[in-house]
Write a protein that binds this ligand. Structure first.
Ligand code: FES
Length: 331
């Protein structure tokens, strides 16, 4: 039987909660079982939303993105509670008030699979209907929990806000729980959805934009471009999309239609191998240095951590301030 140890969570308003936690349990899970919803976003060490400070004791951190938590910050005691397993008594300081953690997570939304279709190598389109339309910021995501399973995964909506028909793109992962479920999923299957989450959403501002997507990172940008359709826009928006081969690219017809409908949008494709006349051979982020970016550009990067890191560096090399670069990483 695993030993139980005290874990103290200290909030910025001075409120402290002491939990008795079995060794090996993640801090976020232990807090949730105690009725405290710590702030999280990706839940897998990729975004930094849960960043906290270890005041005493030690924890064991699972894999995380070192761009989010650099080694020197980790050495100074910064931790990511979503990937921290308790190994002994410890105290963690959270940079927000206890009321935020005590706010109840809204009830899940019942959904039903409408269609599942393969749209590219390794990628499926999943369509889900819900009883009532939901509002969200273009770029946000929901957690999808298939009924009868014990797992959930987060995916960005590709559709416009205000619909009860939601569209997602899912990369198939060999032996992945969600992928295995999706391979057998059919219309009528039940799912539960969280309310929309995330800080990676389209900012309402008149300035040049650069969207860079890797793989299924296209989804939030489709939602953003769809929301820009019909609005006047005088500033350019450049969309760079990267994939492994041309066969891994998808949603090209939708992107073409949006490029024609939304003013000042250009789309460029990059593939790592087997490039055709439409694609640059290499990474999408290779193209950033040749764009001659306006220093006022807002950059949105969505994809696997190495792509996001390469995009961050390219934006920095182009002279863009760090705070103008928004990142969404997924494993
Ligand atoms: S929620 Fe912990 S790093 Fe994203």
């Amino acid at each position: 039987m695993s030993s139980i140890v005290p874990v103290t969570l200290l909030f910025s308003d001075g409120v402290a909660h002491r939990l008795d936690v079995p060794c090996g349990k993640k801090i976020v899970e232990a807090a949730s079982e105690a009725g405290l919803n710590l702030l999280t976003d990706c839940s897998n060490g990729q975004c930094g939303t849960c960043t906290a400070q270890l005041l005493s004791g030690t924890v064991e951190m699972e894999d995380y993105d070192t761009a989010v938590l650099p080694d020197e910050d980790r050495d100074a005691g910064t931790v990511l509670p979503c990937v921290c397993r308790v190994t002994g008594p410890c105290a963690v300081e959270l940079p927000y008030e206890s009321a935020e953690a005590l706010a109840e997570e809204p009830a899940p939304i019942d959904g039903e699979v409408v269609a599942v279709s393969r749209i590219a190598s390794e990628t499926m389109r999943l369509e889900i209907s819900i009883p009532e339309s939901i509002q969200f910021e273009p770029g946000q995501y929901v957690r999808i929990h298939p009924a009868g399973t014990d797992f959930h995964r987060s995916y960005s909506m590709a559709n416009l806000p205000g619909s009860n028909h939601l569209e997602f793109f899912v990369r198939l992962v060999p032996d992945g729980s969600f992928s295995n479920w999706l391979n057998g999923a059919k219309a009528g299957d039940k799912v539960e959805l969280s309310v929309p989450h995330g800080t990676f959403f389209l900012r309402d501002e008149e300035r040049p934009r650069l969207f860079v997507a890797g793989g299924t990172g296209v989804a939030p940008f489709l939602s953003m471009l769809r929301s820009m359709n019909g609005k006047s826009q005088s500033q350019p928006t450049t969309v760079l999309i990267g994939a492994r081969t041309p066969g891994h690219l998808f949603a090209l017809d939708e992107l073409k239609a949006l490029r024609e409908a939304v003013p000042h949008v250009q789309v460029r494709l990059a593939v790592e191998q087997d490039a055709n006349a439409e694609c640059h051979e290499g990474y999408a982020t290779d193209l950033i240095s040749g764009l001659g970016l306006d220093p006022a550009t807002r950059v949105y990067l969505c994809g696997p951590p190495p792509m996001v890191e390469a995009g961050r560096k390219a934006a920095e090399a182009a002279g863009l301030p760090k705070q103008d670069v928004l990142c969404e990483r997924f494993a």
